[in-house]
Design a binder for this molecule. Structure first.
Ligand code: BGC
Length: 244
């Protein structure tokens, strides 16, 4: 079965039809820069372009960079604040004419990694941590998702962790990979100290360059790079209905 998967991020909105049985993209993905401001109206208009690009009329699964409860957006750390209280699923369904399911973006990436990537067949406690504009987390136990964990927002040095150790912070503060890795390792140690997972899968923008920093991340927990990289958010979003 094919579902259109869309991943809404802080810098880009990406979509492609996905065969949810195989986890493969059916056509090349389409990327449009996230509009500025990233208001509900502007993002909805961008989604019309993506849906039209694929001549899509069927169901759509969509990852969104915030807490999402039954389609409604509860938070807005890296997206326009007007999203808070908006029913994204309803808005996107109305503007595009396609039926939308909306879930947290890290949860979407996690779902894809657990089914087809680095977490395949792992029945233990697994975290997928996406490191990009923010830090997103998805927690699985026995293959089952605990949605909206938001552990990029634990407090470190008086600030939320994603303001201390996200990939955007590395770029904005012009930190060397070594300096940034020290911060990120500290973050991973906090997660370890609180949850003692069996496996941590690192996804998001930073995971495209594991050779730059993985050797700095010594922790007791096994840490691996996401296997589906850029595509995890799209594939997992397409599979969302299965996990809710
Ligand atoms: C948001 C999360 C999101 C993460 C990655 C954080 O700022 O609060 O919901 O998963 O960024 O996009």
């Amino acid at each position: 079965m094919e579902i259109l998967g869309i991943d809404i991020g802080g810098s880009g909105i990406k979509g492609a039809p996905v065969d949810i049985k195989t986890g493969k993209l059916v056509s090349e993905r389409k990327r449009i820069p996230t509009p500025d401001p990233s208001s509900p109206e502007n993002v909805a208009t961008t989604l019309i372009d993506i849906v039209k690009h694929f001549n899509w009329t069927g169901p759509v699964g969509c990852g969104f960079p915030a807490v999402v409860h039954d389609g409604e957006i509860y938070t807005a750390s890296n997206i326009d604040k007007n999203w808070i209280g908006t029913d994204a699923a309803q808005l996107f369904t109305k503007t595009t004419g396609c039926e939308f399911v909306v879930i947290n973006d890290a949860d979407a990436a996690g779902v894809a990694e657990m089914e087809f990537g680095a977490g395949k067949d792992n029945q233990g406690v697994v975290f997928i941590i996406t490191v990009g504009t923010g830090i997103g987390t998805a927690l699985f136990s026995k293959g089952r998702l605990v949605p909206n964990t938001e552990l990029g927002h634990i407090i470190m040095h008086g600030m939320i962790a994603e303001r201390y150790s996200s990939d955007a912070v590395r770029k904005n503060e012009d930190l060397s990979w070594k300096k940034w890795s020290k911060r990120f390792k500290e973050y991973l140690e906090e997660i370890e100290r609180l949850f003692w997972p069996d496996l941590i899968i690192i996804g998001g923008g930073a995971s495209k360059k594991p050779s730059k920093f993985f050797h700095y991340l010594e922790t007791k927990t096994k840490i691996v790079a996401a296997q589906l990289q850029n595509e995890a958010g799209i594939i997992g979003a397409a599979m969302a209905t299965k996990y809710l």
